[in-house]
Design a protein around this ligand. Structure first.
Ligand code: DGL
Length: 293
């Protein structure tokens, strides 16, 4: 692993000039659930994934810290050739996206783009709910930011959104406990609390990219007639639309004829990351450890 670290560390800045992957950022493993769907729908592009595993979880951190860490990650992905970065993390989308788009991008490079996952998710709600009562599971940071509620109010003023924070769910996933019996207790408590807060809910969003790993357990606790929505496909479709609408960006992305190339970066040790990520992605991968500052 060390050899490969050195290789990337030395070669990244002076890498082939045509290397222009789509950057995908998350605090840890969660963004892999988004990357997986992007790779399925848009396999021709190159991707560069970055998980800030050393500093995860972000969900309980302050606005200021999440913004600072996310900006460091975006700048690193830019340095490594990305012209387009997806914050595949609701917490970062809620707490850092707007500042980065409005204040940092004009200064760093106005031609690059950073996109989040909250808006595309909310856009789909109108076609999903019948009762107009929607539930949201997310990190404490995302729920407290009110970002989902604000987007819902803009797009669907008559929709009622009830958010419920699940502080234990990300640690369960990051520690590879998502499919173990210990997770059952926390999942069932949180599902009960959400459905008690608004029994009219007919659609529940997993507003944290880590949560699809808990999908079977959450599904089993929810009433069968309640829809459970993970974001991966929604975000991948929304990226497809974005690239159609923005050919000037699409033409700057590097790709291969059939299957693009994906590289993985983590701020924690590369080997455990690669092992866990291989579980998420159902394929073996190699990762490289980097430092963000
Ligand atoms: N996966 C992230 C999200 O979508 C953040 C989880 C965390 O680091 O707390 O919110």
């Amino acid at each position: 692993m060390h050899q490969s670290n050195n290789h990337i560390a030395q070669s990244a800045p002076e890498r082939d000039k045509n290397w222009s992957p789509i950057g995908v950022f998350d605090s840890g493993y969660g963004g892999l659930t988004i990357l997986r769907e992007m790779q399925k729908l848009l396999p021709q592009y190159d991707y560069l994934y970055l998980g800030d595993n050393a500093r995860a979880p972000y969900g309980t951190r302050s606005f200021d810290i999440v913004y600072r860490f996310t900006l460091q990650a975006v700048e690193e992905l830019f340095r490594r050739g990305c012209k387009l970065v997806i914050l595949a993390c609701n917490t970062a989308s809620a707490k850092a996206l707007r500042s980065i788009q409005q204040n940092d991008l004009p200064r760093i490079d106005p031609s690059r783009r950073v996109l989040g996952v909250i808006r595309p998710t909310v856009e789909q709600l109108g076609t999903l709910t019948r009762s107009n009562h929607v539930g949201l599971f997310a990190t404490p940071g995302t729920v407290r930011s009110n970002s989902y509620a604000l987007e819902v109010a803009k797009l669907f003023p008559r929709m009622e959104l009830t958010g419920h924070a699940c502080p234990m769910w990300v640690p369960l996933v990051e520690n590879n406990e998502a499919d173990k019996p210990g997770a059952d207790y926390f999942v069932s408590q949180d599902v009960k609390a959400l459905m008690k807060a608004d029994p009219a809910i007919d659609t529940v969003i997993l507003g944290c990219t880590h949560y699809p790993l808990l999908y079977p357990k959450i599904r089993a606790c929810l009433p069968p007639d309640v829809r459970l929505i993970a974001q991966g496909e929604i975000v991948a479709k929304s990226l497809t639309d974005y690239l159609h609408r923005h050919p000037e960006m699409e033409s700057r992305l590097s790709r291969s004829e059939h299957q693009g190339h994906t590289e993985y970066l983590t701020t924690e040790q590369a080997e455990p990351f690669a092992r866990m990520a291989s579980l998420f992605l159902h394929t073996d991968i190699e990762a490289t450890q980097i430092t963000l500052s």
